[in-house]
Design a protein around this ligand. Structure first.
Ligand SMILES: [Zn+2]
Length: 397
């Protein structure tokens, strides 16, 4: 089982790529890469271990192999910096050429990158994805609806790269919608978590554009999986990325087809190699050939374990609430907080909008416990895009 993956990992091990504080002890006592059975003895690596080390303590990359230093977004805490090697850039280019040629991104396209240009890897990989395809790009580092409208009406942007919540703000105002629909933008390539059916529909309509969802993490290099034109799961390059799906309770692999927590090991000579990196991302994987013709496996992302609310033995993810809200035309931000046996759902809405009883009933049914619905005006939740939507609160309401 997983012979190819074990071969790739063994080569990296023999080349001394795990000779760093984070991994040294984990691989000391086992014949880690002889078989998948042995490999499973390697303890998981966690985000905290990354936080406790500096970027250059997590790489065996020589100085002349460094492509750049980039970081996580830092919106949920202190930024974490990562060393990206020239080889990482090459793998990213292969990713882009595999996925973006399928989506028809061509040299004659003009990309719009709606993201702040800081040290965060996301904006940089969004720029690289256009240059890799030979397309030009233009940045919108403060992507307010006004700034986005100004850009797409001033220059003929054809493809936009950003997070879903950023382009959603266009749908809040008829004038902005008109500008987006009248623009040359024909594709939105989005990254940053889940994509509900309701939000996809909202964006397709407001922008009159195709919506494709990408999946990524800064520990990897930004995007690591992406939708094809069939939009049925996100393909990933399994020659570079080994994903184990692990039961969060037993810590054993789940049965094929079942959802589990993604544990990543990278299979190329990566600046910062990942070895059994526990992510908290709950997903399932399909190895069946896709209708697009690709045999690359597809992930189906459910959400982060840390972001779900647990009622009894049921896990409720933000995407489930979003699906209900969007289907009733509530397109602004929302949040759910759990206080013991009670859940408080906060919904942003325009002043004159009423909460339909049928929607309230569906929300109560979703959580299956006492639910209080609070409303506030759009913008009231100050949702930062990368922040959490579901919380467990220890204190009493
Ligand atoms: Zn496909």
């Amino acid at each position: 089982m997983y012979e190819k993956e074990m071969d790739a990992l063994r080569k990296l091990y023999e080349a001394g790529k795990y000779e760093m504080a984070m991994y040294k002890d984990k691989i000391a006592d086992v014949h880690c890469f002889d078989s998948y059975e042995e490999f499973q003895k390697i303890p998981f690596a966690y985000k905290d271990e990354i936080r406790q080390t500096e970027a250059f303590e997590r790489t065996t990359c020589k100085k002349d192999e460094v492509y750049g230093i980039f970081s996580s977004s830092g919106t949920t805490g202190k930024k974490t910096y990562y060393v990206y090697s020239k080889k990482d850039k090459e793998v990213h280019e292969e990713f882009v050429n595999t996925f973006y040629s399928e989506l028809g991104i061509m040299p004659e396209d003009l990309g719009g990158v709606f993201a702040p240009i800081d040290t965060g890897v996301m904006a940089h990989t969004m720029m690289w994805q256009f240059t890799t395809r030979g397309a030009g790009y233009v940045n919108c580092p403060v992507p307010s609806p006004e700034n986005m409208v100004d850009l797409i009406t001033s220059v003929p942007v054809t493809v936009v790269a950003t997070r879903p919540d950023v382009v959603s703000t266009i749908a809040y105002n008829e004038e902005w919608i008109k500008a987006a629909q009248g623009s040359k933008v024909k594709k939105l390539i989005l990254g940053g978590g889940f994509m509900s059916r309701g939000r996809r529909k909202l964006l397709e309509t407001a922008w009159d554009a195709e919506v494709y969802n990408m999946f990524g993490m800064s520990e990897m290099f930004g995007p690591m999986a992406g939708e094809c034109r069939r939009k049925n799961g996100q393909h990933y390059l399994n020659q570079y990325l080994f994903i184990e799906l692990i039961d969060p309770v037993s810590k054993k692999p789940v049965k094929e087809g079942e959802a589990g927590v993604a544990v990543y090991s990278t299979l190329w000579d990566k600046g910062f190699p990942l070895l059994r990196y526990w992510t908290d991302d709950l997903m399932s994987i399909s190895y069946e050939k896709c209708a697009c013709g690709s045999e690359l496996p597809r992930i189906f992302y459910h959400g982060r374990l840390g972001d779900c609310i647990t009622v009894g033995d049921r896990r409720i993810f933000p995407v489930m609430l979003e699906e209900i809200l969007m289907s009733y035309g509530f397109i602004h931000d929302y949040q759910a907080e759990q206080y013991g046996q009670k859940v408080v759902v906060s919904i942003e809405k325009p002043e004159d909008a009423e909460i339909p009883e049928a929607m309230a009933a569906k929300i109560r049914e979703l959580f299956g416990c006492e639910v209080e619905i609070r409303t506030l005006l759009p913008g009231g939740l100050h949702y930062g895009g990368h922040g959490k939507r579901f919380f467990e609160r220890k204190e009493q309401a």
